[in-house]
Design a protein around this ligand. Structure first.
Ligand SMILES: [Zn+2]
Length: 283
């Protein structure tokens, strides 16, 4: 009887592997174990919940933090391809198996934006390597912040003067795309934490592009960056609460006028703040 059972289990495992290779739609029982609350879209943050026997999730080779209650978040980069693969590891009766789910990622169209600023400000080549090193070090910090579970709020409210994802042209020179959302506000306007987090970078001296840069880790691979600040009110390592004042709007770094640039990332995937915090509230 034992041998028969073992054979049956082996067959079912082989069947799953085969199904994964053929990329057949997952069985209904599997669908019930992982639920997504939003549609995968370029630049989107999608929340979800997994239930036992799911033990781990991997999105295109990025580990997904799975909370004890099964909650998780997935981020889809601005340039995410049309199909993302979500690997689902589950354990049943002491056996571990991995199944694959193909997620269709909705594409978006991006506009062109002209920017009246030099693509590379003075001193860029000399100062940039050290700045990039500090940013990479901050991104490598993982904290146990729980802000990722919260509904994000805009860190400042005002007119959106720059949209996420737009391809930018700096005085005729094509640059990269815009990695965040810009909110036009006067210098000194307060900037608040969009969700609970831990300060992983607080640049007292302005960076060449970002100016006074503040970065928060919200946990589960989700982080925020606030650029061009005139002032930073928190220190590295400090835990901040949603809505807490963390700094003030400015025009430091590569900026044509005072505004807040808010960028959001999930494990290196750049997300659209409008798909993280929703539409800009009316003041
Ligand atoms: Zn910006």
């Amino acid at each position: 009887v034992k041998a028969l059972l073992a054979a049956a289990v082996a067959l079912s495992v082989a069947g799953m592997t085969l199904a994964a290779q053929r990329q057949v739609e997952p069985a209904p029982a599997f669908q019930a174990e992982v639920r997504l609350d939003g549609m995968p879209t370029q630049g989107a943050l999608v929340r979800g919940r997994a239930s036992p026997p799911v033990t781990a999730l991997i999105l295109d080779d990025q580990p997904v933090t799975l909370a004890a209650d099964g909650s998780f978040v997935l981020g889809f980069d601005r340039d995410a391809p049309a199909i993302a693969i979500l690997k689902v590891r589950s354990a049943r009766a002491g056996l571990s198996m991995t199944d694959e789910r193909r997620l269709r990622v909705a594409p978006r169209a991006w506009r062109l934006e002209q920017v009246d600023a030099a693509y590379r400000p003075p001193g860029f080549d000399v100062r940039r390597p050290a700045e990039l090193e500090r940013i990479a070090a901050a991104r490598a910090v993982a904290t146990d912040a729980q802000g990722w579970r919260q509904a994000f709020r805009w860190p400042a409210t005002g007119r959106l003067s720059g949209l996420f994802g737009a391809q930018r042209i700096y005085r005729g020179q094509p640059g990269g795309y815009h990695g965040g959302a810009d909110v036009a506000l006067p210098t000194g306007a307060p900037v608040t934490a969009p969700a609970d987090g831990v300060v992983v970078l607080a640049a007292a001296a302005p960076f060449t592009l970002e100016g006074r840069l503040l970065m928060l880790d919200h946990g589960a691979g989700l982080s925020s960056a606030f650029l061009h600040l005139s002032r930073i009110d928190v220190r590295e390592g400090e835990a901040v609460r949603q809505g807490q004042r963390i700094g003030a709007v400015g025009a430091t770094g590569r900026a044509t006028g005072p505004h807040l640039h808010w960028g959001v990332q999930w494990r290196g995937a750049k997300l659209d703040p409008l798909l993280v915090a929703g539409a800009m509230p009316v003041r």
